[in-house]
Design a protein around this ligand. Structure first.
Ligand code: NAD
Ligand code: DAU
Length: 352
């Protein structure tokens, strides 16, 4: 039985990954460490909390002693590092915590894993691996043509993406310097259940259902490349199992859409299926995000060719599943939008 140390498993993608793995395999053990910031929510993990192969421990990945103690007490085979501050708008307001968690937290995990896994000078226990969950945002912004390849130079623009790019470089340095067994995945925008409603898709669903303005930044023609979260989980699982050590793998499903089209899709679904008083009159064009990247587009050819990964959920199916999930889980939305979110939302959108 392999033991996975998953960090940030109470967040959006991390919780989907924990559920995906425990549903797919009977012979994996998952230890989920998460500091439970505003974005971490143990409600996401209700369906697996009593699974004997699952354990949650509240730990900050920047806490060296606590992280070392986890490695001392457990025979960890794989680390999957999801833990991060993940929201670009928050990074523009408050960059420090992004460098703290995303860069120094990553370094803390690398140090602890290297110490626990070393069996000689730059020699590690058989089969262990560290996977850094990174993002396409490290590549910067594209013009109308071309795609991000694994070889595209890093050119991040926001404090968030620069902290993720910095972390990637530290992980790579561990491979180059110490032959530390690692992979990096760089995925495009995810959507699906349990995404915190500061992000475009759940924010628009939540606002439409409550007849609030749907705030589109700038001209709304920025392009993101959307992937259903389970397809990202599948890619991470495959990279941990079969990824060649030291390699970076891009993950994306060639599903580029301008933001305004995403918002129109959500409006159409809700107007036709839930509430016919919802409509495009709710759209409000607001001040643009500072340093807003214009277009992301991932070339996933390497992971497809080398590991046989492919996305299983089309956007048309995935977006319907996602909207239905939020409709069926209004209590979840109610819980996460009370408290801190309320203050965040007012501060963020009252000035726009
Ligand atoms: P999220 O904000 O929903 O979840 C982040 C989780 O990390 C939360 O549970 C939070 O409590 C935890 N966390 C934050 N700081 C921590 C710390 N110091 N110690 C321990 N736990 C901490 O984020 P997400 O959207 O699920 O993203 C997960 C990872 O995937 C991030 O590394 C992000 O950069 C990357 N990623 C996200 C997307 C996307 O579209 N959301 C796409 C590609 C890559
Ligand atoms: O590309 C991967 C990245 O995708 C991840 O690394 C990040 O963690 C994740 O947050 C996401 O970043 P984005 O900035 O692309 O996601 P966000 O949902 O914040 O915004 C998507 C697009 O929608 C972006 O162009 C900004 C725009 N937007 C967003 C919000 C919240 C709006 O127009 N209005 C909004 O209210």
């Amino acid at each position: 039985m392999k033991t996975y140390l998953v960090t940030g498993g109470a967040g959006f993608i991390g919780s989907n990954f924990v559920i995906y793995m425990l549903n797919k395999y009977n012979d994996v053990r998952i230890i989920n460490i998460d500091s439970l910031t505003y974005a971490g929510n143990l409600e996401n993990l209700k369906s697996v909390e009593n699974n004997p192969n699952y354990e949650f421990i509240q730990v900050d990945i920047c806490d060296k002693d606590a992280v070392n103690a986890i490695f001392e007490k457990n025979d960890i085979d794989y680390v999957v590092n999801f833990a991060a501050e993940s929201h670009v708008d928050r990074s523009i307001e408050n960059p420090e915590i992004f460098v703290q968690t995303n860069v120094l937290g990553t370094l803390t995990l690398l140090c602890a894993a290297k110490k626990a896994w070393s069996v000689g000078d730059d020699v590690y226990k058989d089969g262990v691996k560290y996977l850094q969950v990174s993002t396409d945002e490290v590549y910067g912004s594209l013009g109308p043509d071309g795609y991000f390849l694994e070889t595209t130079p890093l050119d991040p623009h926001s404090p968030y993406s620069s902290s993720k790019a910095s972390a990637d470089l530290v992980v790579k340095a561990y491979f180059d310097t110490y032959k530390f067994p690692m992979n990096i995945t760089r995925c495009s925008n995810n959507y699906g259940p349990f995404q915190f409603p500061e992000k475009l898709i759940p924010l628009m669903i939540n606002n439409a259902l409550s007849h609030k303005d749907l705030p589109i930044y700038g001209d709304g023609m920025q392009i993101r490349d959307w992937l259903f979260v389970e397809d990202h989980c599948k890619a991470i699982d495959m990279v941990i199992r079969d990824g060649k050590l030291g390699e970076v793998y891009n993950v994306g499903g060639h599903n580029e859409r301008p933001n305004v089209k995403i918002v129109e899709t959500i409006i159409d679904y809700i107007e036709n299926n839930v509430d016919d008083s919802v409509g495009s009159h709710l759209i409000k064009y607001v001040e643009d995000r500072k340093g807003h990247d214009r277009r992301y587009g991932i070339a996933p050819d390497k992971i497809k060719k080398d590991l046989g990964w492919y996305p299983e959920t089309t956007f048309e199916v995935g977006i319907q599943k996602t909207i239905k999930w939020y409709l069926d889980n209004r209590d979840w939305m109610q819980n996460v939008t009370s408290g801190e979110y309320q203050k965040y939302y007012e501060k963020m959108y009252s000035k726009k």
